[in-house]
Write a protein that binds this ligand. Structure first.
Ligand SMILES: [Ca+2]
Length: 348
């Protein structure tokens, strides 16, 4: 067992190898964090969805990362200490949602509803419902609470909610490059966080088996979220980097990755997208709400609809959106000084 009581099942040889090459600079700054050694890697994928292209070379500095998504229990401690209220607990501002139905401008969040039969996959409204009263304490709707779910990832948190938690706890949200480097666990270029093929005998992540959105075979044992650490860790000792819940990153969304620079000297180090200008949804020009990058896929990802429980996969999400399949985890970066090897909390 390691900090936080997670089951250690990561490939021991690979973990030992990377730790020998790039040992942690000291003790973890907080319990339940793993040292991610940093390095140069191939970000993105060319063989799947257009937004993952092109594969390009990126350099990432070492950092600490939560070994699992932030849990309901951890988020509850934040709320108890601060009195924080999430975005889903406030009524949406009407001026930001031109044309919205008045009855939907009340506190609430998006909840997945499995359909009864096969449906047209071009219409997400068939399986997503804006449910008044849904929030992090009621991720499936006001009549269903979180009893027995303390170790599940917190969901129904919008981007600002995730950032508020990170600031309170003295951490930060990862960039997309940091998140993807960490998810790969040392397997540069692999399709999945555990390798290149899906195991027929052992579920490696909480995803959707069967035909989305109406037939969930639950081969992995879970129809909704699962307790963090229920599936094997990746090569860096990180849990749930595939499936379970999508995770917020700090990067604004762009619909395409940059090309690899012609000169090796120009490989970007710790790249991050700081301009929201390209992040707006072109299919909804009346909605001027910028979008951040989500990573990791969720328990709702199925090959027939969303084959995105892969480290290169990415999704755009408006920053005010709360759903039952989006959570987050945090990082701590190293100080950028000559004698760097001191982890510091970010400054705001
Ligand atoms: Ca599942």
């Amino acid at each position: 067992m390691c900090d936080g009581g997670f089951i250690v099942t990561e490939p021991a040889d690979r973990r030992a190898d990377y730790l020998a090459r790039s040992p942690a600079p000291g003790p973890a700054p907080f319990p339940g964090m793993a040292w991610i050694p940093g390095g140069r890697f191939a970000m993105g994928a060319d063989g799947f969805y257009p937004e993952e292209r092109p594969v390009h070379t990126v350099q990432v500095s070492g950092f600490w990362m939560d070994v699992a998504p932030v849990t309901i229990e951890q988020f509850a401690a934040f709320v108890a200490a601060t009195g924080y209220r999430t975005m889903a607990e406030f009524a949406p501002e009407p001026s930001r949602y031109p044309g919205a139905q008045r009855e939907l401008l009340v506190p609430g969040a998006l909840v997945f509803r499995k359909t009864q039969t096969r449906v047209n996959l071009d219409d997400p409204a068939k399986w997503w419902a804006y449910v008044p009263g849904a929030d992090w304490r009621h991720p499936r709707g006001p009549n269903k609470g979180i009893s027995g779910m303390a170790r599940h990832p917190v969901v129904q948190v919008a981007y600002d909610d995730a950032e508020a938690f990170a600031r309170w706890v003295g951490k930060a949200l990862p960039t997309e490059a940091e998140w993807e480097f960490a998810a790969r666990g040392g397997l540069n270029g692999a399709v999945f966080v555990w390798g290149n093929t899906e195991s027929a005998s052992r579920p490696m992540a909480n995803t959707w088996q069967g035909e989305f959105p109406w037939h969930n075979k639950r081969t992995d044992g879970y129809e909704g979220t699962s307790p963090v650490g229920a599936f094997p860790a990746n090569g860096y000792g990180l849990y749930d980097m595939a499936g379970n819940v999508w995770e917020w990153t700090s990067d604004w969304y762009k619909p395409r990755h940059p090309e690899t620079p012609n000169k090796p000297c120009c490989t970007p180090t710790d790249p991050t997208v700081t301009s929201a200008g390209a992040s707006f949804d072109p299919s909804q020009p009346q909605i001027r709400i910028p979008r951040k990058v989500l990573k990791g896929g969720s328990h709702l990802c199925a090959p027939n609809y969303c084959f995105r429980y892969r480290p290169a996969a990415r999704s755009a999400e408006t920053i005010d959106t709360s759903t039952c399949h989006i959570g987050f985890r945090c990082v701590v970066r190293m100080a950028k000084t000559d004698d760097a090897h001191t982890a510091t909390a970010p400054t705001y």
